[in-house]
Design a protein around this ligand. Sequence first.
Ligand code: CO
Length: 504
Amino acid sequence: MSPKAETYEKLTREYRDIATLGTCEAILSWDEVTYMPEGGAEHRANQKALLAGMFHQKATSPAIGNWLSELESSELAKNGHPQAANVRELRRQYDKMVKLPESLVTEITRVTSLAHPIWVEARKKNDFKSFLPSLEKIIELCRQKADAIGYKEQPYDALLDDYEPNTTSAQVERVFSALRADLVPVLEKIVGGTKKSPVEIVERSYPQAAQQAFSEHAAAAIGYNFGTGRLDVTTHPFCTQIGPGDVRITTRYNEKRFNDAFFGVLHEAGHGIYEQNLRRDEFGLPTGEACSLGIHESQSRMWENFVGRSHAFWEHFFPAAQKHFPEALGKVSVDDFHFAVNDVRPSFIRVEADEVTYNLHIMLRFEMELALIRGDLQAKDAPAAWNEKFKNYFGLQVKNDAQGCLQDVHWSAGLFGYFPTYALGNLFAAQFFAKADTDLGGLHAQFRKGQFEPLRKWLTDKIHVHGRRYPAPELVQQVTGKPLSAEPLITYLKGKFYPLYGAK
Ligand code: CO
């Protein structure tokens, strides 16, 4: 073995250890929100803090920096080598971690963990003022973080980079403003259409046990592997990789609404399918990790919406749904059921929003975040700014901050820069889905027959196996032959919802 290859081996072993440490944190966190008794909270916090310290220490060790420098001057770092992508991405990751002073990292952790219960109370009591001091502190810390990391154009870029690497605010602004210009009139036409969704159908009685059985049946059918996964109950649904061969998802059940658990499970299963099909032999290295949060979300939104809310999907699954829910669905037609799960209307709460209005919720948050981080908007003025934007976007008057700027957990957790990835996920999903549809010769005909494997395999071959080998913008270009644009999503929404709603 050449000296460089030996160094690469050392680096690989070190990152496998770091990743393994990360997965210890993952299983503790998963247990914390699924099965841990209340009394375990304090010791669990100690366990996690200890691991976080060990993780940070290992991930910022000077030895890694030296190995990377050594490799960067070698053949291994030449473009084209699969190792080159790992060296490039590890350097990005390492430099960023080293630039962040440990005192700042600790302070962010401390302030956000204190802010969480304050936010929960503020939302419950609809009292923005009690959350304001926390929000001000968090924004200040996010600015410090951006300054420490550095940026070319504006501080928000440094924050966005944590979730959507290689993408700038300016790029997001460009694609969002194109999307907004098209989306607003499309929504008006859909809402003003001649037909109304029989949404009452999905608000009948859906017993939890049957929901679980049916959701698991559908998740397995689209390719989520229960041999390397499982489904449990949590307040906030998520997907987590405990390690190669163990990718878990969670959901919550509402017996009065079919959509929450079923489409939630398809969504998390979409994340899970991505994680389950990453390269196991590259575990711990960037090429064995998800590309970006936007690409991750494209996988979940694709299975949830582009597949799971399609008419073809229900042509296949509706008889099984009727068997699981004979009382609610015994006398319902597949057309009415499909229309019911595709109810579109402007509403206050992002997580309950439909496919058409969802992206508007994200654009509003992105505009707010940009202004808050730039300092164009003061935290104390956030509620008024939110409400004004909401009126503009949705034509709705926000009645209280709980249904306004206090609704989401992200700001209390310091996750400025995260929201755009949700809408980017929808845009990526539309562009990938259109290409897969062409490549595979008509996906809906396959869904009608219950065939989901060709799409799953296409996604694995084109996206999953690369991990972070290509930055997201490059991956999109490579997979679809075009840069990211709003056009495929708009075409998809019109094609699906205009006929459904009798809109022209
Ligand atoms: Co998601």
